[in-house]
Structure formats: structure tokens, C-alpha cells
Design a protein around this ligand. Structure first.
Ligand code: PLP
Length: 381
């Protein structure tokens, strides 16, 4: 027998309560019974997004909401900035180019956060730019971008701030309305503790005005059509009924824990991850602006990261994430978002500690775990 632990930055573990609710017999989506579940989920989503605006629920992975945001807000030839500090930032720019937008790429070194002054300068020089596309948490590099500062720059201009908050919403405080974020996106398989298959997106009042003028081709991801249906407690096309049933359940869990406590838990886990990795002598990938969703560290020189991650997964039963592109085989990422608590972290750290020894990189057993425990004990004061 081997017990499995899922500690990757999506999909994340699903709590029993949500699993049980999703195991119920399927109900028809055009019924008062489903509408009630849908209404409640849509209302609770506003709480988690910290917005008074509608939060659309789409049947797609997170990228669907990213693509939807481009096609519903812009027209071919429109100019946007894409903050490209990792795989997901790159995706923003690629989607824009796929629809004929003129993309100003802002390359950010992997492991670093974007400098808001750079964005301000580009906007000052190019007043035609209509949107800034960024991540809140760039999962591939475990970096947190300064969304609040970006919003301070965009909110006073004719320029939307469009934020992929897929590993930030429900992880860290990112109050959409209070900061003046125009579009905020998330997905089911990250902090929302559900299987993959749902994307969420909320638009500010001024973003909805852009939606009136945008001319990019679109059909399935038609935000105005979805908004009309949302007002009637339904969706334009067949919704992912089971996932939405689970969504209501996880949102209730978040509400019961309280957003503040959810953020504090993620911060505590992130701190524990960083302290333990440093105690093991591993160098953090994003020491200056670390994400609260996942922690990345460089592996010791000469260690084959792909084999290392595979060993931890197949032999120890713990699924962590490796690196992508030029970081492939060089880093390891521990996720700590969603349905994750103290002993999941201990498990993750212990698995790395054991594997390092297995791969001939002697570290004192318990040194990483001890450092994590020090941090986590704070949660039990
Ligand atoms: C997971 C993730 C996505 C979405 O990816 P999908 O595979 O389409 O769900 C986008 N951005 C970030 C930052 C992510 O972590």
C-alpha cells in the first residue's frame, strides 16, 4: 500500500465535504433545485473575490477565463502590456497575440517581481495602451507581483488592469474593489479546493464598458451573455453541475473559516516552507517577493531534479512540482494552497529531507522539519 499526498500547485486536494456533495446524483440544470445551488455559489464567490460585482462561473480551466477576458474587452490592434515573468505571464501575451492585439512584452527575470515603475514608464510613453495583463502570483516562479501598486497606476488612466489571480484569490488578500482591479480571474483546482474544470472571472464597472466596444471574435466565452444568464441564476450553456455543487460546499468552508484566517493559514504555511528549505541549505527561487501559494527552491548543483521529483512521487508518494523551461530539473516547488494544513507541510518537508539524503546530499534528518514546526507552532498559540 502507498498513501498519496498531492502537494502540487494545482490540482490540489479536495476536502471530503466537497467530494461527498459532488457524489450526489446529477440534477438537471434548468431546475429551481440547481438554481438555488448556483445562486448561493455565485453570491459566496463575491465574498471571496472581495467584490460587489458579478463573478462569472465558466466551464473551462483557468486559461478559458484568461482568453475570455481578452476577447471580451479588446479589439484586434488594441495595445496591451503583458508582464512576462514566467510561464503564465508568457501565456497572457500569447493569447493577446493570437487575437491580433499589439503586445508590449515586459520581460521580468524568473524569480523576480515586476517593477511597477517600469509599467508606469511604458504607459506614460504609450497612452494608447488599453490594458495591463499580469499574474498576482506567478506559479511557475513562485513570485508574488505587486498588484496593488499596479492598480494605483492603472486606475487613474484609460487602461484596465487584468489580473490572473488563479493562485492568489483565496490565498492572499487581493481585494478587487478596494484596490481597483478591473478583471480578476481564478480557477477551481487551486485555492478553491475542487477538481479542475471551473474558471471564475469578475469585471469592474469600467471593464464592462470595454466589453460593450470590444470586437474580438468570440462565441463560447461571451461575458455579457453569461452575465445576463447569471442574473437568472443560470449559465448560457450546460454548467458543470457537479463542480458547482462542490463549489457551494468549498465556498461555505471558506466563509466558515473566514477569509482573514484563510490568508493567515496560507501565510503561515508559506513561511514554514521557506524556513524549512533554508534550514536544509536550499536557495529560494523568489526570496524578495515570494508567493503564498507555492515555494520554489534551487536544488543542489549536479542533482538531477527530474529524478528527484520522480523519486519523491513514486517512492515516497508525495507529488510536488518541478521546474519548467530553463528551470526544468533545477528547482522543486512545494505547493501550500487550498485544502492544506500543518501536517501536509510537514509531510512535504520530510519527503524532501529524506530524498536529499537518498540522493547523497547529507542533511540532518529533522532539520527542515524542525524549522517548519517552529513556524507552524505559531498557529497553535
Ligand atoms: C494554474 C494556473 C493557470 C491556469 O491554468 P489552467 O491549466 O488553464 O487551469 C493560470 N495561471 C496561473 C498563475 C496558474 O497557476
Amino acid at each position: 500500500m502507498k498513501k498519496r499526498y498531492l502537494l502540487a500547485p494545482g490540482p490540489t486536494p479536495v476536502p471530503e465535504r466537497a467530494l461527498l456533495s459532488m457524489a450526489q446524483p446529477i440534477i438537471h440544470h434548468r431546475t429551481p433545485q440547481f438554481s438555488e445551488v448556483f445562486r448561493e455559489a455565485a453570491e459566496l464567490l463575491k465574498y471571496v473575490f472581495q467584490t460587489k460585482e458579478d463573478v462569472l462561473i465558466l466551464a473551462s480551466s483557468g486559461t478559458g477565463a484568461m482568453e475570455g477576458s481578452i476577447v471580451n474587452l479588446f479589439s484586434p490592434g488594441d495595445e496591451v502590456i503583458a508582464v512576462n515573468g514566467g510561464k503564465f505571464g508568457e501565456r497572457w501575451g500569447k493569447i493577446g497575440e493570437a487575437y491580433g492585439l499589439k503586445v508590449h512584452w515586459v520581460k521580468v527575470e524568473w524569480g523576480k517581481a515586476v517593477n511597477p515603475a517600469v509599467i508606469k514608464e511604458i504607459l506614460d510613453k504609450n497612452p494608447a495602451i488599453k490594458g495591463v495583463l499580469s499574474q498576482a502570483s506567478e506559479t511557475s516562479t513562485t513570485v508574488q507581483h505587486p498588484v496593488k501598486e499596479l492598480a494605483e497606476i492603472t486606475r487613474t488612466r484609460e487602461c484596465l488592469l487584468i489580473v490572473d489571480g488563479i493562485t492568489a484569490v483565496g490565498v492572499t488578500d487581493i481585494p478587487m474593489d478596494a484596490w481597483g482591479i478591473d478583471v480578476l480571474i481564478s480557477g477551481s483546482q487551486k485555492a478553491f479546493m475542487l477538481p479542475p474544470g471551473l474558471a471564475f472571472v469578475a469585471l469592474s464597472e469600467r471593464a464592462w464598458k470595454y466589453a460593450d466596444k470590444a470586437k474580438c471574435p468570440r462565441f463560447y466565452f461571451d461575458f455579457k451573455k453569461e452575465r445576463k444568464n447569471l442574473a437568472k441564476q443560470t449559465t448560457a450553456y450546460t454548467p458543470a453541475v457537479s463542480l458547482i455543487t462542490g463549489l457551494k460546499e468549498v465556498l461555505l468552508m471558506i466563509k466558515e473559516e473566514g477569509l482573514e484566517n484563510v490568508f493567515a493559514r496560507h501565510e503561515r504555511l508559506a513561511r514554514a516552507a521557506r524556513a524549512s528549505m533554508e534550514a536544509l541549505g536550499l536557495k529560494l527561487l523568489a526570496p524578495q517577493s515570494p508567493s503564498f501559494a507555492a515555494t520554489g527552491v534551487y536544488l543542489p548543483d549536479g542533482l538531477d531534479g527530474k529524478k528527484f521529483v520522480k523519486y519523491i512521487r513514486d517512492e515516497l508518494g508525495v507529488t510536488l512540482a518541478g521546474g519548467q523551461d530553463h528551470l526544468e530539473g533545477r528547482i522543486i516547488r512545494i505547493a501550500h494552497l487550498g485544502y492544506i494544513d500543518t501536517f501536509d507541510m510537514i509531510t512535504a518537508v520530510a519527503s524532501i529531507e529524506m530524498a536529499l539524503n537518498k540522493f547523497g546530499r547529507k542533511v540532518a534528518l529533522g532539520s527542515g522539519v524542525g524549522a517548519a514546526e517552529e513556524c507552524l507552532l505559531g498557529g497553535y498559540k
